[in-house]
Structure formats: C-alpha cells, structure tokens
Design a protein around this ligand. Structure first.
Ligand code: NAD
Length: 493
C-alpha cells in the first residue's frame, strides 16, 4: 500500500464507484531499478533450467487454483464482471500457465537444419535462448487471462518479468506478484509495478529486452514509438472489430447463441468479441428474430444480478453512446434497445441493423454490448466486407459446409468455425492479429518463441579438399562452384 508521500491512485468497483484499493505510482527511476534487479535474477532463473522452472510455475498454478475464489472475487470487484465469468477467466489463464511450463523445453530444443550441398561438411543448428527481462503491459478487460498469456510463456522460456497491470485492475496485478513470490525460489523473478500510463512508458524505455503490450491500438502506437528509441522489440496485442459470417447453411440457433454471448458477455469488453455480423440474406431475418428473442432474456447489472456487468472504464460509455447515435444517424435501425439502453455505468443489450459500412459504428472498436447485423447477398460479399476493416484480430464463421473455405480467405489472426472465442482457450495455438490489431503472437509455440532469440551455430564436421572461404581459393574451386551452381540451377544452399 502507498505511504503518505508516495504518489498513488485508486482502483474502483465500477458498479458502485467505491474504492477497492490504493496503489503507488511507481516512478521512472524506480522502474529502472526494478528492471536491473530483474536482470540480475534472470541469470539464476535461466540456470534453474526447464525442470526447475516448470516446478515453480506448476506450484504457482496450483496455488492460483487453490485460491480461485479469492482471485475471482477480486477480478469481479475491480472489473464488475460476474463471479462465474471471473472463475472461467482464471481457469483458462491457469491452463496457459501449465501448458507453457510443460512445453517450453520441447519448443526451445535445438533444431538441426540441412546444411546444403556447398556446406555439406558442416552441421547446422539453431539454439534458442531467453531474452533476459521481459516487460509486460496489460489491459483491464481480462486482467488475469490476458497478462498471464505473456507472463507465463516469458517465464517458462527463462526470462524474468516486470509487469505493469492496468490502473483499473492493479489489485489483480499485485495479487499475481504476491502469489508468485510465495512459490518463488528467490526474489525478482516476477515483479508487478503499479501506476498510470507514465509508468508503462517508463517500462518501455527501461532497457527491458522485449515489451509485450496488450491494450488499445492508440496506446500500442505510443508504446512502439517509445520502444523504438531503445531498439526494444515489441509484441502488440491490440483492439479488434471482429466479424461474424453467417452462411445460409449455418445452424442458426447455435450461431445466435454464441454470437450474442461473444458480443455481450463481459459487457462487450472483449478484444475478440463479435461486433459486426454479415448474415446471408436468405437467413438474416431468422437470425435477427432469434437474436432479439435472446436479447430479451439478458440484462446488465452488478455481479450477482446481471448476465454481464457495467462498463469497467467509465469513459468508454461515451464511445458506446456515440456509436449507437452515429449508426442511427447514418441510416441504421434498432432491432433491440438503442440510445436509452445506455444507463451508466451499465449498458443494456443493443442490436442494430443495416448500418452503412462507413459509419463509425462499423469501423471503430465499440467495446460495448452492441451487435450490428448487416445482410449480404452471398459469402463473397461477406468475406470482402469482413476484410475491409483496418482491424484484423479474430473472426467467426457459421456454416455447415463452407467454414474452412471462408476461413482461409479472412485477413485476421484467428478464425473460429461454428464456435466463438475457442482459440483463446487452446494453449497450443498462437493468438494475435494483423493490421491495426497488432503484430507478434502470444500463446502456443509461436507465443513462447517471442520471448527467445535464435542463435545459429554451425560446426565443421570434416574438412573438404576445396577452399571456398579462404584467400587460398584456387581457380579449380571457382570452377567447381560455378559448375555446381549451373548444374543445380542455384540450389546449392
Ligand atoms: P489501454 O491502451 O488504455 O491501456 C493498456 C495499458 O497501457 C494500461 O496498463 C495502461 O496503463 C498502459 N498505458 C497507457 N498509456 C501508456 C503509455 N503511454 N505507455 C505505456 N503504457 C501505457 O487499453 P485498455 O483500455 O486497458 O484495454 C482495452 C483495449 O485492449 C481494447 O482495445 C482491447 O481490444 C484491447 N485488448 C486486446 C487484447 C488482445 O489480445 N489483442 C486483449 C485484451 C484487450
């Protein structure tokens, strides 16, 4: 907790406005000191080896599971989401932690490569090493699932981690550090620093070896610019405007159920939440009818009351309201709810229809419990409109027979066919986006390798009588290379 002199900030219960906790604003100077301690610890953490780290990470995972009620209650308090959603979030986070711990060794195993004809006397290998210290900056919408998707993979790869949680969910960040330290073999392996944007900025320029950011596209650009000054590489997991494509052969009951949950659960505050639906005109009316029926059965409210909670970040309410208004002004209609559904801090479900593609409501991330359903003539039109966004995070396709074909044409990082959100819960597949949704990946082997670097090691196995890489190269060596190049049409390597 903050002392009187330390600048501090409060985190709030968004449903009531009550203060949940007060946390220090860690200064830029302190961030540099903390990163330097993390760097010292990184050597020992790497030396512990895969088995040693696996033991620690699995012990942490067991501790989190044992205290699931405690952490879920804190998540619910700081975000306003229902307790059962918070528990589901913790369960998925823990599954990533366990997967990273169990698979790091195999993913980072030295790989052997073909040396090619010209270098046939060499062995060619690629080793993987941890980077050192990884900085993680997190958002508030999934305050354990999202950062743990970076933290656990970075730790399993042998890095130490300095984590700056969102100021809206600082308590969850502190809880993660405290529980990790209960199982940690020594200090400074995983440290949480609390603060506002400036503390995050200080982490970018603190000399960390990589910065893993999850948050809005606007902040991601600032993070990338700050990191550029110190050549700090970045992973950027940003916002989305995920499309849902509904084909004429879709199972409509399942498609509506999953799409409405994807759009409205967590008060619509999911980076991979459904925001726009492109439904084949042959089934669009039925899809809308079922969606309205379902909307009538759900409502926003405080944990214990609502199917989903309040807007966690009060300022988002303005964005949500402005998108509803612009959708209507631009020619869209309301099938369910409307401007009056915005009842701060809650937003009741809203279904909008036939909103023009150039409307802000169709282009920008709304991050609220709103779904827009537009009709399309065919799947080609649906694909084109889905891809016309500046974002490219996730997508959903509902079709009995065309799912894979449509998925293969979508410009985004992840597609769920006849399902929603599921890729986030499969630890073995990478998670991330293209375009304004960011670059780099978390989760899976690709996500773990983000926190390593490749070291190529080649070794002479036997000496050849020819000398290519020497001032002693003879004309007959040149002749051999040129003859082989011509004969093999350049395939020497
Ligand atoms: P945000 O960009 O406002 O904040 C994210 C983090 O960045 C916070 O910890 C904040 O303190 C920090 N920050 C703010 N200014 C900074 C600066 N100048 N330098 C460094 N750090 C700074 O995002 P948010 O509102 O917390 O989260 C919501 C956004 O996150 C949405 O756009 C959502 O789509 C996105 N998101 C993406 C994913 C994904 O995996 N792609 C997952 C969850 C959330």
């Amino acid at each position: 907790m903050a002392t009187k002199r330390t600048p501090s900030f409060d985190s709030h219960n968004p449903a009531t406005g009550e203060v949940v906790g007060t946390y220090p604003i860690v200064s830029g100077k302190q961030v540099v000191e903390i990163v330097s301690h993390a760097r010292e610890a990184s050597h020992q953490w790497e030396k512990l080896g895969f088995n040693g780290r696996k033991k620690v990470l699995l012990a942490w995972s067991s501790l989190i599971i044992r205290r699931i009620d405690q952490i879920a209650a804190l998540i619910s308090l700081e975000t306003g989401k229902p307790l059962s959603d918070a528990k589901l979030e913790v369960s998925i986070a823990v599954s990533h932690l366990g997967w990273a711990a169990r698979h790091a060794e195999e993913i980072m195993r030295t790989s052997y490569r073909a040396p090619g004809l010209l270098m046939a006397n060499m062995s060619a290998t690629v080793q993987r090493s941890p980077l050192g210290v990884v900085g993680v900056i997190g958002p508030w919408n999934y305050p354990i699932f999202t950062p743990v998707g970076s933290i656990s993979y970075a730790l399993a790869a042998g890095n130490t981690v300095v984590f700056k949680p969102s100021e809206f969910t600082a308590g969850v960040g502190v809880w993660l550090e405290e529980t990790f330290n209960e199982v940690a073999p020594f200090a400074d392996i995983f440290t949480t620093i609390t603060g506002l944007g400036e503390t995050g900025g200080a982490l970018c320029t603190s000399g960390v070896d990589k910065l893993s950011f999850t948050g809005s596209t606007r902040t991601a650009k600032l993070v990338a610019a700050q990191c550029a000054a110190t050549m700090t590489p970045v992973v950027l997991e940003c916002g989305g405007k995920d499309p849902v494509i509904v084909a004429a052969d879709a199972n409509l009951a399942r498609a509506v159920d999953a799409t409405m949950w994807s759009a409205m659960a967590n008060a619509g505050q999911s980076c991979i939440g459904a925001e726009r639906v492109y439904a084949d005109e042959k089934v669009a009316d039925k899809f809308i009818e079922l969606a309205v029926e379902l909307a009538q059965t759900i409502h926003a409210g405080a944990p214990g009351d609502g199917n989903y909670g309040p807007a966690t970040m009060p300022s988002q309410i303005k964005v949500i309201q402005s998108h509803i208004k612009s959708a209507i002004k631009d020619g869209g209609t309301c099938a369910y709810g409307g401007s009056a559904s915005v009842q701060p801090p809650f937003v009741q479900p809203v279904i909008l229809l036939d909103v023009p593609e150039n409307s802000a409501a169709m282009r920008e991330e709304t991050f609220g419990p709103i779904i827009i359903i537009n009709r399309v003539k065919n799947m080609q039109e649906a694909i084109e409109l889905a891809n016309a966004s500046t974002y490219g995070l996730g997508a959903n396709v509902w079709s009995k027979h065309q799912g894979k074909r449509i998925a293969g044409k979508l410009a985004c990082g992840m597609v769920a066919i006849n399902s929603t959100f599921s890729f986030a819960a499969i630890a073995s597949v990478p998670f991330g986006g293209v375009k304004d949704s960011g670059y780099g990946r978390v989760h899976g082997p690709e996500g773990l390798l983000e926190y390593t670097y490749a070291r190529t090691v080649v070794r002479t196995r036997f000496n050849l009588p020819i000398k290519f890489l020497s001032f002693k190269r003879r004309p007959k060596d040149d002749t051999l290379v040129i003859t082989l190049t011509k004969w093999l049409k350049g395939r020497l390597g």
